[in-house]
Design a protein around this ligand. Structure first.
Ligand code: NAD
Length: 337
């Protein structure tokens, strides 16, 4: 907390449309008197000993403030560069990715009343990057599941379920086939569940969960779904599809010490600099951030204003079928506050 009573938050504006949608967040937060003081940092990567690194200043800022809001980062094309998002994940040990998907009134999709939350283990599983050639024409890829990483994400999921008032945790798994790896994840879930007597726990097979969610997502509204990396990657985008796609979806990346909130979409180079970008996903990410900080009143106030403007459908951006410029939409949200 800063001396003027405001909380310092690191702002990574990002590339492409990043600065435009970040401006909308700044304008709306200031109109709503949200007690946030932004500390903007540049994360343009530098190559150090052939490795992609983030400038120390940016790392120090996130570490000091422990909360960051991040716009999309373009992944530089060319060898030697690891994706900056992956670099951030590794630098801060961001072990859980939280993806709420809530239907937006005014944006018609095949489903109404979707309100899912999915938590994905973000560091290991099928994405451990351990692959090798056994012999010519035969490769092996290792799915790594550890007690430590599983317990960390599962404990977080139960705590999150308790905090947000969705008192059911469901593990999505394939322990029928992946007996040891998913089996371990599932058995740790059973252990962790004992520490949360107020949270119900059950489990569902991945294939069944996919079938059921796309048939009728509403039975999932009272649950927090938690799963290993690959399943979470796929299922979280599937859930985003239920509410109208990645352009409206916020997310949070959680580590032991820091939390970084970001829109799920990319830097949209095709529309950058034209005031055509829809800042909703970054705004909803900033609302997750306020909730994470316990600033529920400000979160509710800004969220209601956003939903009101979207439901009216008069001042919405091109991707949602409207004609408004980024700042016109932001102004309408400010009026609705
Ligand atoms: P993208 O999400 O940037 O764009 C896909 C399409 O969606 C484009 O037509 C774009 O105009 C549109 N779009 C995306 N966000 C929008 C918004 N807020 N408002 C209106 N329209 C929007 O995906 P891409 O083109 O595959 O990737 C572009 C760059 O972004 C790449 O360098 C990629 O690596 C990076 N990327 C970053 C992140 C991240 O930082 N989290 C995520 C995905 C992609």
């Amino acid at each position: 907390k800063h001396s003027d009573g405001k909380y310092l938050v690191t702002l990574i504006e990002g590339d492409g449309i990043g600065p435009e949608i970040s401006q909308s967040v700044k304008d709306i937060f200031s109109a709503a008197n949200a007690p946030i003081k932004w500390e903007s940092v540049d994360v343009t990567p530098t190559l150090k000993d052939g490795k992609t690194v983030i400038p120390d200043e940016a790392i120090d800022s996130v570490t000091r403030n422990s909360i960051a809001l991040k716009g999309p980062l373009a992944t530089p094309v060319g060898s030697g560069h690891v994706s900056l998002n992956l670099t951030l994940r590794r630098t801060f040990g961001l072990f859980a990715n939280v993806r709420p998907c809530k239907s937006i009134a005014g944006y018609k999709t095949p489903y109404d009343n979707v309100d899912t939350v999915l938590i994905r283990e973000n560091t290991e599983g099928e994405y451990s990057g351990i692959e090798h050639v056994v012999v010519d024409g035969v490769v092996q890829s290792i799915k790594l599941i550890t007690r430590e990483a599983s317990e960390r994400v599962l404990r977080f999921a139960f705590q999150y379920a308790q905090d947000v008032g969705k008192p059911k945790v469901r593990v999505v798994h394939k322990a029928t086939i992946m007996k040891m790896s998913d089996g371990l994840f599932l058995s740790i879930a059973r252990e962790v569940a004992k520490d949360f007597p107020n949270v119900e726990f059950d489990a569902e097979l991945l294939d069944n969960a996919c079938l059921k969610i796309v048939s009728d997502p509403t039975p999932y509204n009272d649950k927090v779904l938690v799963m290993p990396n690959l399943y979470g990657d796929i299922l979280s985008d599937m859930c985003a599809g239920l509410i109208g796609g990645l352009g409206l979806t916020p997310s949070g990346n959680i580590s032991k010490d820091v939390a970084i909130f970001e829109a799920v979409h990319g830097s949209a180079p095709d529309i950058a600099g034209k005031a055509l970008a829809n800042p909703t996903a970054l705004l909803l990410s900033s609302i997750m951030m306020l909730q994470h900080m316990g600033l529920y009143e400000h979160a509710d106030k800004i969220q209601s204003a956003i939903f009101k403007v979207l439901a009216e459908g008069k001042t919405i951006t091109g991707d949602l079928g409207g004609k408004a410029k980024t700042h016109e939409y932001a102004d309408a949200v400010i009026k609705a506050l």
